[in-house]
Design a protein around this ligand. Structure first.
Ligand code: PGA
Length: 256
């Protein structure tokens, strides 16, 4: 049974880093040994290969994967199922990240993955966000379609268990010509996402966590975390430095 507590969540997305188990263990340990009893939920999403190694290394850090198959098992070469991830100790899974969407993953694929993840006991971290913003405010519609298609057919009771990460692609650290998002950008989208979820799924009083991602670092984290309805942050590049990630945890703890 999936249980989510009402506290802020800080998620590290290591992407395809670091390049050796030795370095990955060092990064994980440097973070784990410096976390006291945090009020926030701390989740590290390393590459699949490192999950089983980290399983018993810290009870203060939860583990997540960066993707899963929408198939349950069978002849799907190279794929990893949600059930395998749960079995190995993962409790979260990032789904629909823009980097995976850029390989051709569709809202329909993500929808199937969300359903498989939920039925295996994993908490999906659904990434949504527009490539760019223009004066026509078309980005609202893009985000709305992503939410409606990715969550299509998901039962109301499960909606509140999902984490929604708003990650505008234009603010992600590796996007060429990127620019900074600010607290207001997140605020307006957070209000918009809540309205869609409330209209479509009637979850007014049982909202899922809605968090911000895109170049979060120790200098800007509080701007996103202090926003009234912020439930946390998804951190890419800065989570590869134990020092920066721990600072973000401390900032979150000061706000929680
Ligand atoms: P970033 O990555 O923090 O390096 O911008 C965030 C993400 O892509 O999840």
């Amino acid at each position: 049974m999936i249980k989510l507590m009402n506290k802020k969540i800080i998620i590290a997305n290591w992407k395809m880093n670091p390049n050796s188990l030795k370095l990955a263990e060092k990064l994980f340990t440097d973070i784990a040994k410096n976390i006291s009893d945090a009020k926030s939920e701390i989740v590290i999403c390393p590459p699949f290969l490192y999950l089983s190694k980290f399983k018993k290394m810290s009870h203060k850090i939860k583990l997540g994967a960066q993707n899963c198959s929408y198939e349950e098992s069978g002849a799907f070469t190279g794929e990893i199922s949600a059930e395998m991830l749960y079995d190995i100790g993962a409790r979260y899974v990032i789904l629909g990240h823009s980097e995976r969407r850029s390989f051709g993953e569709t809202n329909e694929d993500i929808n199937k993955k969300i359903k498989t993840a939920l039925s295996s006991g994993l908490i999906p971290i659904l990434c949504i966000g527009e490539k760019e913003r223009n004066e026509n405010h078309e980005y609202f519609n893009i985000v709305k379609i992503q939410i409606l298609e990715c969550l299509n057919g998901v039962k109301k009771d499960f909606i509140s268990k999902i984490i929604i990460a708003y990650e505008p692609i234009w603010s992600i650290s590796t996007t060429p010509g990127r620019r900074d998002a600010n607290g207001d950008d997140f605020y307006e989208m957070n209000v918009f996402i809540r309205k869609i979820l409330s209209d479509k799924f009637g979850v007014k009083n049982k909202m899922p966590k809605i968090i911000y991602g895109g170049s979060v670092n120790p200098k800007n984290a509080d701007e996103f975390l202090k926003e009234k309805n912020s439930d946390g942050v998804l951190v890419g590049n800065a989570s590869l430095s134990s020092e920066k990630f721990l600072k973000i945890i401390n900032i979150t703890e000061g706000i929680s």
